[in-house]
Design a protein around this ligand. Structure first.
Ligand SMILES: Nc1ncnc2c1ncn2[C@@H]1O[C@H](COP(=O)(O)OP(=O)(O)O)[C@@H](O)[C@H]1O
Ligand SMILES: [Mg+2]
Length: 376
């Protein structure tokens, strides 16, 4: 039995050899997935899954992809996310089912709406959801540069509101990052963020199976992962998402990640555990609104108890910032009108993914066993 004290040991106390083992494991895991995907059946334009015909690939993950698709009878585009069950293991199938079932419980306008879930005769799992014509927050920064504080507040307060609904239901997203938030125009409501990809969602209310001795796996995107998610997955809670949301706000405001990417998981995890990022104003060497900057830095606190209490508290704090008054519907409409209401979407194949820990959802097997060994 581990003592309370050991279970609560601070991240700073973790031995360094743990970090060294990570990049090897990650490289191996990614390599295995890539070779399996290459062997998989071809899926592409024209493939039919239930009533949906795939038209264009809009996103690509390790186990599947997201396509814009057409329904046989309804005259609106949909997005179809699919999982190639031939290459995905049982665990990935479970995660995929969990993703669609849990997302379908959520109704906030800033959470993507699920329409349908099916299994095609060729064994492909898929779900259909609203098609979001817009751009990811990653694309927003890459194409248009850093975002003014008032607009970051406008976007983040809506995402915090969407997260509040998930958290109230005991769901933690666990993969909040710029690529999983799309900014769109919905019937003239512009600058509407939409949260997608609940692929790693954790249900904190699910009963824990005491006989479950499976080694835990580290899952997430290291640049956006809070210290507790890196070392003790059982300590993940709603505030883990607030850490990631703080990192997203930092990225929007500065155009830079909270840390310069050391390009290896080991180095990045060391930073997440031990180093406080420079404040956005230090990073840019210019003044930024102090109240907003304080909120961002409090989200990034290493200790979850130093972060905002919950997503609604964070939203309140954001709306109280002086700059909250500088961006609203009218400013958003002007911005979208200036882009001709047609923002550029990057193609799924013209991906910028560096293959590093920066923006790639990562799976490190047997993580728990390693941490247990360290804890003794
Ligand atoms: N409903 C949607 N409408 C439009 N684009 C989407 C939609 N869902 C996902 N995408 C695009 O596909 C990408 C990958 O989708 P995501 O669900 O995040 O899959 P993955 O698990 O592979 O990261 C997203 O970053 C986004 O660009
Ligand atoms: Mg994603």
């Amino acid at each position: 039995m581990k003592s309370e004290q050991q279970a609560e040991a601070r991240p700073e106390d973790r031995p360094k050899h743990l970090l060294r083992t990570l990049s090897t494991a990650l490289r191996r895991a990614i390599g295995e997935v890539e070779s399996d995907v290459r062997k998989a059946e071809p899926i592409g334009m024209g493939t039919k899954l239930g009533p949906y015909t795939l038209e264009q690939k809009i996103g690509q993950g390790g186990m599947g992809a997201v396509y814009r698709a057409r329904h046989d009878r309804l005259p609106r585009p949909v997005a179809v996310k699919l999982l190639r069950t031939r290459v995905a293991g049982e665990e990935s199938q479970q995660l995929f089912q969990q993703e669609v079932l849990q997302t379908s419980r959520l109704t906030h306008p800033s959470t993507v709406q699920i329409f349908d879930f099916g299994i095609a005769p060729n064994g492909i799992y898929y779900y259909a959801m609203e098609y979001i014509e817009g751009l990811t927050l990653d694309d927003l920064v890459l194409d248009y540069g850093p975002v003014p504080p008032g607009r970051v507040i406008y976007i983040m307060s809506q995402v915090a509101h969407a997260l509040a609904e998930a958290h109230e239901q005991g769901l933690v997203h666990r993969d909040i990052k710029p690529a999983n938030i799309l900014l769109c125009d919905r019937g003239g409501v512009v600058d509407l963020p939409k949260l997608v990809d609940f692929g790693l969602v954790a249900d904190l209310q699910a009963p824990i199976d005491p006989g479950d001795s499976k080694p835990r796996v580290l899952l997430g995107t290291p640049m956006y992962m809070a210290p507790e998610a890196l070392v003790e997955s059982h300590r993940i809670d709603a505030r883990t998402d607030l850490y990631a949301l703080g990192a997203v706000a930092y990225y929007l405001l500065t155009g830079q990640d909270i840390f310069d990417d050391p390009c290896d998981v080991e180095g990045l995890i060391r930073l997440q555990l031990h180093v406080m990022p420079r404040t956005p104003s230090e990073r840019l060497a210019r003044k930024l609104p102090r109240d907003f900057e304080r909120i961002i830095m409090s989200c990034l606190a290493k200790d979850p108890t130093d972060r905002p209490r919950d997503a609604l508290a964070l939203r309140e704090q954001l709306l109280d910032c002086l700059d909250a008054r500088t961006w609203g519907m009218r400013e958003a409409e002007n911005w979208w009108a200036a882009q001709g209401l047609c923002v550029r979407r990057r193609s799924a194949d013209g991906t910028r993914m560096s293959g590093t820990s920066r923006d790639q959802t990562t799976r490190i097997p047997e993580w728990q066993r390693r941490t247990d060994k360290i804890k003794g």
